[in-house]
Design a protein around this ligand. Structure first.
Ligand code: PLP
Length: 829
């Protein structure tokens, strides 16, 4: 065959207005069959997306060729979640064709910004973990690193949140309703995935056992590919998402039984596996369908990885030389048993050799210390759904415990603690233990978190295999979170220090001297004010509340969870409200307090918190005594798109989780990068942010991790704080009374009961220190020059929190992969 695609045929990228215009016109008419006279905004969106996709696919093919030609080791990033958001503007900016596209569309009388708003978010994730996966993909492509993401093509992503009468209402997110112009279905690339069934053991003449997993149900995994364009442009990598499809066996059933309708109904049931994302953040949903989702995408991905490995002409025994597989949290941990099954049962490798390959292939990222989030599965469920895997897990456990027994004789408790099977809670498989034992490295996501992993959750493992535990602090992509979300600040920075920071965030350091320049500070303030105006407009549209852009924008945006302590922020709001009404707040700074975040639908307390925020907001916002001095708003439907509006407008970033509970946080990084000052506890990555920005430029308050531990050890009494702090007591009494819910006086009682009787996250213990720190913030905000100086220093000193630094660390310390740039990286001029 002739090579009908070579580099000289790259569609030119720069000065591309005419060619892009032609492509858009062509896609609208010839691909979509739409009359330009009556095309809707969505029609234009799809036409533009297809035109942009054309420009990515050539690079995508070249990228794959270059990895293949170099026989490059690849990383496979296995994640149940990819929280991508919208793709259009991101793709255009990364390819460098944004201005050309905007101008081409303007010639057709179409406004790019308006049609970009029509694109639904790809919300295939809950929060930080899924967003990290999306940032990692952006960085791999930008740095020309060979990497493929694997996940699930959920038909329904994260629910859409409506706030009605103060209450969260969940709506299904049917993001694929109008089709997804970015994805390429690959019906020819199916892999079968089996569930249930029976085990049959044959013995070879030499006595060796051979296991066959038979019958049960088979579901087909169908790949959909999403091109991921790097900035520059860099490489275009692949995100492969699996959708469940029925096997064609149902046709047979129909012939055998004549029950056509019944057979087709069954077909729908097997396709439920990829139907919906579980909306649980930081807590496990132990449902059978969830286990099936995990195994479904893991099995399909591993089969895919092995067939690519074979196609590249490598023997299975060298898998770990060509493939690094990263487990994003414990959700894909069943991969350890599945790879063993594929190597031993399907490819006849001896156990010891298969195990050595497995351990050298996998690495595991832990995302949480919270006990309720640590995945375990009842042995009975695992044995029913995945009988062969249960057996393999027992075998892995047996060998592992033997090994530990030899090295630590007499330590029976140790064996019980590190076992892959928890015998104390009705026999459950500990997926995190499987991940640690089956991986060459386990990493935490911030220095403090990794330290706590070594000393608490995995302390036994870190004694047994200390060399396996490392830290890789999270980061965020500066492409989305600064260049794209905050063009005003991005341009300002470019004017002063050039645009190198977009791919090398350490260069922001040379922005620091500008913090001492009066004119630059004025420019910075003007950008912030414009962003605040834009957000105020959005807030007014969504909630009807008018916030004054001159007020201090105080934001807490993240999943609603008790450990993140939205209630502590709310206690501050009520405290300010009382001070204003008492006439004791003449020196207080006008604030607009913005909350946003979703509650897991079954998390009752989180939903109560949302209700209380809205009830407090109602009282505060409508009290004429308060006026513009205090506003409180709950911005609905937090997601990547609303985050890109809120973050550039924030003055103050609330990162106030109980010390020792937040693994890293990445919202903290995005906000500081955009010049918000942080008020935070010494938790997660806040510790490292303080080290970078300097303690004068961040507001740290509250108990340290060790203090939290010792307070809990010695019997924490929340009521002592109630007794000793009248201002706090007054807030709690108001919540417990009918003050914020005159029509339903007992509505918020359970919140106060929980705080006074348990207060698991020590809000009351941190209240006084928090209020005091907020007072300092007020004082600083009254000196705009000083505030702006610190804000600019925050931006300038966030270089370390680029996802590119994170990915470089993974690449060199864990994956052993190197950049392979496909063709020209600068397009054609
Ligand atoms: C960054 C981000 C998160 C994580 O926020 P944290 O404050 O680190 O919990 C969650 N959701 C979205 C949409 C994000 O962009």
């Amino acid at each position: 065959m002739n090579d009908i695609l070579h580099e000289s045929q790259f569609t030119p990228l720069e000065n591309d207005r005419k060619a892009l215009g032609d492509s858009i016109r062509g896609r609208l008419i010839h691909s979509l069959g739409k009359d330009p006279r009556i095309a809707t905004e969505r029609d234009w969106l799809h036409a533009v997306a297809l035109a942009v996709r054309e420009r990515m696919l050539e690079r995508w093919i070249f990228t794959r060729r270059s990895y293949q030609a170099a026989s490059a080791k690849r990383v496979y990033y296995l994640s149940m979640e990819f929280l991508i958001g919208r793709s259009l503007v991101n793709a255009m900016l990364n390819l460098g064709i944004y201005d050309a596209a905007r101008e081409a569309l303007a010639e057709f009388g179409v406004d790019l910004a308006e049609i970009a708003e029509v694109e639904p978010d790809a919300a295939l994730g809950n929060g930080g973990l899924g967003r990290l996966a999306a940032c990692i993909l952006d960085s791999l492509a930008t740095q020309c690193l060979p990497g493929i993401g694997y996940g699930i093509r959920y038909e329904f992503g994260m629910f859409a949140q409506e706030i009605r009468d103060g209450v969260q209402i969940e709506h299904p997110d049917s993001w694929l309703r109008y089709g997804n112009p970015w994805e390429l279905p690959r019906p020819e690339g199916l892999h079968p995935v089996r569930f249930y069934g029976n085990l049959i053991t044959h013995y070879r003449p030499n006595g060796e056992a051979q296991h066959f997993w038979e019958d049960g149900e088979t579901v087909m995994a169908m790949p959909y590919d999403l091109p991921i364009p790097g900035y520059g442009p860099g490489n275009v990598n692949n995100l492969r998402l699996w959708a469940a499809k029925a096997t064609r066996d149902f046709e047979l059933d129909y012939f055998n039984e004549g029950d056509y309708i019944g057979a087709v109904e069954q077909k729908n049931v097997s396709e439920n596996i990829s139907r919906v994302l579980y909306p649980n953040d930081a807590s496990q949903a132990g449902r059978e369908l969830r286990l099936k989702q995990e195994y479904f995408f893991v099995s399909a991905s591993l089969q895919d990885i092995l067939s690519r490995h074979r196609e590249d002409g490598h023997p299975l025994t060298s898998l770990h030389d060509h493939a690094a597989i990263q487990l994003n949290d414990t959700h894909p941990a069943i991969a350890v048993a599945e790879l063993m099954r594929l190597l031993v049962d399907e490819n006849d490798l001896p156990w010891e050799q298969a195990w050595s390959i497995t351990v050298r292939t996998f690495a595991y990222t832990n995302h949480t210390l919270m006990p309720e989030a640590l995945e375990t599965w009842p042995v009975a469920l695992m044995a029913r759904v995945l009988p062969r895997h249960m057996q393999i897990i027992y075998d892995i456990n047996h060998r592992f415990l033997n090994d530990v027994r030899h090295r630590f004789p007499g330590e029976h408790e140790l064996l019980r603690r590190v076992s892959l099977i928890d015998e104390d809670h009705g026999r459950r498989v500990r997926m995190a233990h499987l991940a640690v034992v089956g991986s060459h490295h386990t990493n935490g996501v911030a220095a403090l978190h990794s330290e706590l992993l070594r000393n608490t959750l995995f302390s036994d493992f870190s004694r047994i295999m200390p060399e396996r535990f490392i830290n890789v602090t999270n980061g965020v992509t500066p492409r989305l979170w600064l260049h794209q979300a905050n063009p005003g600040l991005g341009d300002l920075i470019c004017r002063h220090i050039g645009e190198g920071w977009i791919r090398d965030l350490d260069q922001l350091a040379s922005f620091a001297p500008l913090a001492d320049d009066t004119d630059a500070r004025a420019e910075f303030r003007a950008v912030k004010l414009a962003n605040k105006r834009r957000l105020a407009q959005y807030v007014a549209d969504k909630t009807g509340v008018a916030v004054d852009p001159a007020a201090l924008f105080d934001v807490q945006i993240k999943r609603i969870h008790e450990y993140k302590r939205q209630l502590l922020k709310l206690l501050h709001v009520i405290t300010l409200y009382n001070r204003i009404r008492d006439g004791q707040a003449d020196d207080c700074v006008p604030r607009a307090v913005l909350f946003a975040g979703k509650a897991a639908p079954a998390y009752v307390m989180a939903k109560r918190i949302i209700r209380l925020i809205n009830d407090v907001a109602d009282v505060v916002n409508n009290d004429p005594l308060v006026g513009d001095r205090l506003k409180c708003v709950f911005v609905p439907n937090y997601g990547v798109s609303s985050a890109t509006l809120i973050i550039p407008a924030a003055d103050l970033s609330e990162q106030i989780s109980t010390a020792g509970t937040e693994a890293s946080g990445t919202g903290n990084m995005k906000l500081a990068l955009n010049g918000a000052l942080t008020i935070g506890t010494l938790d997660g990555a806040n510790v490292e942010i303080r080290d970078e920005v300097g303690e004068d430029n961040i507001f740290i308050f509250g108990l340290r991790t060790e203090e939290v531990e010792s307070l809990r050890r010695n019997g924490y009494d929340p009521q002592s704080h109630y007794r000793e702090n009248p201002e706090l007591a007054r807030c709690l009494d108001m919540i417990a009374s009918d003050f914020f819910a005159p029509d339903d006086p007992h509505r918020h009682r359970p919140i106060v009961d929980s705080l006074l009787h348990e207060d698991r996250y020590l809000l009351l213990a941190d209240y006084a220190a928090y209020i005091e720190a907020q007072g300092e913030i007020d004082r600083l905000y009254r000196s705009p020059e000083e505030w702006t100086r610190k804000a600019m220093l925050n931006t300038a000193r966030m270089g370390r929190f680029s996802i590119d630094r994170t990915v470089k660390e993974y690449a060199s310390r864990i994956w052993g992969i190197e950049p392979r740039c496909a063709g020209r990286t600068r397009g054609v001029s």
